[in-house]
Design a binder for this molecule. Sequence first.
Ligand code: FMN
Length: 349
Amino acid sequence: MDAPSPFPTAYTVRHIRIEPNLVLAPMEGVTDLTFRRLIRKIGGAGLTVTEFIASEGLRRGAAQMEQMARIDPDEHPVAIQIYGRNPMAMAEAAKIVEDLGADICDLNFGCPSKKVCAHSGGSALLKDPELAQEIVKAVRAAITIPLTVKMRSGFDAEQRNCPDIAWMCQEEGAEAITIHWRTRADLYSGTRAVDKIAATKQRLSIPVIGNGDILDYESAMAMFRDTGCDGVMIGRGAIKNPWVFKQVRAQMLGEPMPAVDAEEKRRVLIEYYESCRAWFRSDRSALGRMKKISNYFTHGLPYASDLRVTILHAQTVDEAIGAVNRYFDDLGEWRRASPGAGQTTAFGG
Ligand SMILES: Cc1cc2nc3c(=O)[nH]c(=O)nc-3n(C[C@H](O)[C@H](O)[C@H](O)COP(=O)(O)O)c2cc1C
């Protein structure tokens, strides 16, 4: 058994204790209620965040946005994330977020998508500090629950200005800041550079959460060590391995890392498929979501490329469930025939 982590294992956002200090990242098309339930059931995340929700849609009462903002009565603490460029729309949407029972309202200053940036939302706000300030001010005045902001380290290599923007957010009343080390221009590539997270942490008195490429205990500890951050946020790593929070938490506490065997993976994947079927109105929508998650989830499983292709071509939820069951049956037989083979997977199981 390893020694417990030398770094803090909790932080507080005003009165809300985030323990452990491991946060499920907001991910559009992923962190809806079904995925967050999966993560909560497995355990180990101290805070979950919804996918980003358009403030304009939420304040208009668009059904899709309301569905995206749904939280379970026992899903706490939870943050609802909103985005937009109009301070009044953001303030109105934030009030709705508060009324829906969220513990925290999170603002998106990080989305790199052309559609969002074209309207000066998401990471385009890093280039427009005055508008960003107006938004934080308007939202702060509209709600009483804690307000947090998630951003990238900057717009591009020339403008890695997150320490300034984060400082402004703090001065306007934000109570925690999450920083993804990449710039908007990096999209999802680039060489790891967490220096601006460290600089922001040095400057701010509110919690700073480090984000970007955290997949396991080692990468989480590297983020704590290199930046002094108060917590870490995990996105894609949690789709590949929904047990990551439980595993990192155990290792942080010096406990043995929970093993995840093939049967557990089968059970969780099928349970997730069933909850997609119940959540989405049509098999088509459920399948779309299942295909997206399965691509990440099966990564690292032995001989899973055929499974991915079969799921990709599945026409019904039942077909996809059948493919998953066949794959795990075959995997079991293969392991019985070749003991010791394929025991190590991306899940560490
Ligand atoms: C499919 C997908 C959707 C995302 N949607 C959002 C979002 O709605 N809001 C947000 O702030 N960031 C979003 N992100 C960015 C993540 O929250 C996170 O900052 C990024 O993936 C880096 O963390 P990771 O390396 O742990 O994945 C998204 C990322 C992915 C991969």
